[in-house]
Design a protein around this ligand. Structure first.
Ligand code: PHE
Length: 342
């Protein structure tokens, strides 16, 4: 056989093999092409290779070179096909892994705590009534928690059994540090605001207060209050009642009536307990009254020029009424079955 003929056959073979590998669609057609072209015993390449012996001696180097080139071409086509089939194969095995009928992995979304939700709601309502929101510290001194609020030294509200006085902090004597305590009421913020602001003042302050009460369905040693304060010239008790009625109506619904009962607080005169009639029951929501002149004096206001009212409502009570929660402890048990309902 002539060298020329040999080379022609090899070129033709390489072309056929490339076409075959390019068009194979799966493991079966790939294997068929592999056997046909590079099969070890009777593959076409092998058959042509065997003819090498029939060539002239001086044609052999060129023929050998051509054999190697063609083998490389066929091998490259085969590898490309292998790669292509592997990839589509992988996609096929990935496919069935997504079973749309299986339940998914559920994302547990957190929620805003009901008390925080209530606080936001109250801020919203009072904001519309023109009250700005302010904050005060939970660790207080005697001045802001008692003295400036007209609560004298011998008043039972200052009893160590009724307050969380802080243990000795700065002093080395070991005696309890009675100068600071966890605030027992948000009325402290009234003082802080008036000390730093000239009248008129129209604020609310929402936050935690602390009293050493045994926890039961209606008491908890930590709870929240909403304090309100309006100082101006000629503020009246009628305005206090209107603000509280508008607030109660906005928060609890159209059917809310409001009732004042005479009461006593050292920092208001006159003082009242404020009840809302809701679903047929009168419920006490907190205290209120006209700010005592002594309090105005203690912050440097002139009681002859300005006056005002203040109120303090229990946030938990409001939240519990609105959502029919019967035990305050439920709010603080961190039971997700409870919290998820809000
Ligand atoms: N601070 C009072 C309490 O904790 C409530 C109150 C606030 C009463 C403002 C009158 C005026 O019970």
């Amino acid at each position: 056989m002539e060298l020329e003929e040999f080379i022609k056959q090899l070129d033709a073979l390489a072309e056929q093999a490339e076409a075959a590998f390019q068009s194979c669609q799966g493991a079966e057609s790939f294997e068929a092409a592999r056997v046909e072209f590079v099969g070890a015993r009777s593959g076409q390449f092998k058959l042509i290779q065997k003819q090498l012996g029939q060539l002239d001696r001086d044609a052999k180097p060129a023929a050998g070179k051509k054999l190697n080139e063609s083998k490389a071409r066929i091998q490259a086509a085969m590898e490309a096909a292998q790669l292509r089939l592997d990839e589509t194969g992988n996609q096929q095995t990935l496919g069935p892994m997504l079973d749309a009928t299986l339940p998914g992995i559920r994302q547990h979304l957190g929620r805003v705590h009901p008390i925080t939700q209530t606080i936001e709601h109250l801020k919203d309502i009072m904001g519309k009534l023109g009250f700005a929101v302010v904050e005060g510290p939970e660790v207080e001194d005697i001045w802001h928690n008692f003295v400036a609020l007209n609560i004298p030294e011998d008043h039972p509200a200052r009893d160590s059994l009724d307050n969380f006085y802080l243990g000795s902090t700065g002093n080395t004597s070991g005696a309890p540090d009675t100068e600071r305590l966890l605030r027992s009421q948000t009325s402290t913020v009234q003082i802080r605001v008036m000390e730093n602001t000239k009248p008129p003042v129209r604020i609310i302050s929402l936050g935690r207060v602390y009293r050493p009460d045994e926890a039961d369905a209606t008491h908890f040693p930590m709870f929240h209050q909403m304090e309100g304060l309006w100082i101006d010239t000629d503020v009246t008790m009628a305005q206090l009642k209107s603000v509280l009625r508008m607030f109660a109506t906005a928060y609890l619904g159209e059917d809310v009536s409001i009732r004042f009962r005479p009461s006593f607080f050292p920092f208001t005169e006159p003082s009242v307990e404020c009840d809302f009639l809701w679903n047929g029951n009168w419920i006490e929501f907190g205290g209120a009254g006209m700010v005592d002149p002594n309090v105005l004096q203690s912050v440097g206001y002139d009681p002859e020029l300005v006056n005002g009212f203040a109120f303090g409502l229990g946030v938990e009570r409001l939240c519990m009424r609105r959502h029919c929660v019967e035990d305050i402890r439920d709010l603080y048990r961190n039971d997700l079955r409870f919290l998820h309902q809000f």
